[in-house]
Design a protein around this ligand. Structure first.
Ligand SMILES: Nc1ncnc2c1ncn2[C@@H]1O[C@H](COP(=O)(O)OP(=O)(O)OP(=O)(O)O)[C@@H](O)[C@H]1O
Length: 259
């Protein structure tokens, strides 16, 4: 399970401080895919970096599978897998070496690591380029190695940050299958993406983040009932328009903030 407890993070101090995350609380159960959505600058990356133990919260905590990130950031790293569009691979390693390297990093015994690597290579179609240097791989091939690498240590929690960015239809489809597998394997998943239509299809529940606070949370049905809008895109337009004083929708159909 992933639990964020009143997580806050500011950068700088005084009048020029940026309050990137202003008290974020949410819970993702095993087998649930949670879409953490928000416009540019909403605070998604800052929140994910805190959950990963890469950035210390100003206050609050994130608890992964019972382990607190503020008490035991290394323990949390062992329990989380990350897939990020911006995470590169070591160019001088091959995919085979990459999988073994990450297995070592997470303390997976070598015989088990070899078995998992073989299984994942098969599952993600890496076999034909398993011994080629990662520097020469295409974007789609790199992402397949990234997906395999992220689950080498079989973490109970997964963070997916723009996992389909730069991928073609086939590459994106592979990511969706990966997400389905994660759900079936009872992992708790947070997915951040700007591709709202994709998110609607693949997430069980959503949190709409804006200026570092969760403005709405629920299943798509619940969000539709609360906002009077059909799609996440319409909800986002409302959210942004509201802020800029451009909203023309009558009050009853405009978004209601979480108290
Ligand atoms: N290291 C930093 N120093 C100062 N400000 C920062 C830092 N990191 C993030 N911010 C600010 O915090 C706010 C939230 O940024 P963040 O990257 O978390 O947003 P995001 O929702 O991930 O945006 P995007 O969708 O564009 O990636 C932004 O105003 C950003 O400029």
């Amino acid at each position: 399970m992933i639990e964020l407890r009143d997580l806050k993070r500011s950068f700088g101090q005084g009048a020029t401080a940026v309050h990137a995350v202003r008290g974020l609380s949410l819970r993702v159960e095993p087998g649930e895919v949670y879409g953490l959505m928000g416009p540019n600058g909403a605070g998604k990356t800052t929140a994910l970096r805190m959950v990963l133990g890469l950035l210390r919260p100003t206050s609050g905590d994130a608890v992964i599978d019972g382990v607190s990130v503020t008490d035991d950031p290394d323990g949390v790293k062992r329990r989380i897998g990350l897939v990020s569009a911006s995470a590169g691979l070591y160019p001088w390693l091959t995919p085979r070496e990459t999988l073994r390297f990450f297995a070592d990093l997470y303390g997976v015994p070598s015989q088990e690591a070899a078995q998992r690597a073989a299984h994942l290579a098969e599952r993600f179609g890496l076999t034909e380029f398993l011994d080629r240097r990662c520097a020469g791989l295409s974007t789609g091939q790199t992402q397949r190695v990234n997906l395999a690498r992220a689950v080498m240590h079989q973490p109970p929690a997964m963070l997916l940050d723009e996992p389909t960015r730069g991928l073609d239809v086939v590459g994106s489809q592979r990511v969706f299958e990966f997400v389905r597998d994660l759900r079936e394997q009872q992992r708790a998943v947070i997915l951040c993406t700007h591709r709202l239509a994709e998110a609607e299809r693949f997430c069980d529940r959503f949190g709409l983040l804006h200026h570092g606070t969760l403005r709405h949370e629920g299943t798509l049905d619940e969000l539709q009932a609360a906002t009077g809008r059909e799609t996440l895109t319409e909800m986002f337009v409302d959210l942004l328009s509201e802020e800029e004083g451009l909203a023309e929708a009558p009050t009853a159909t405009r978004l209601q903030a979480i108290p």
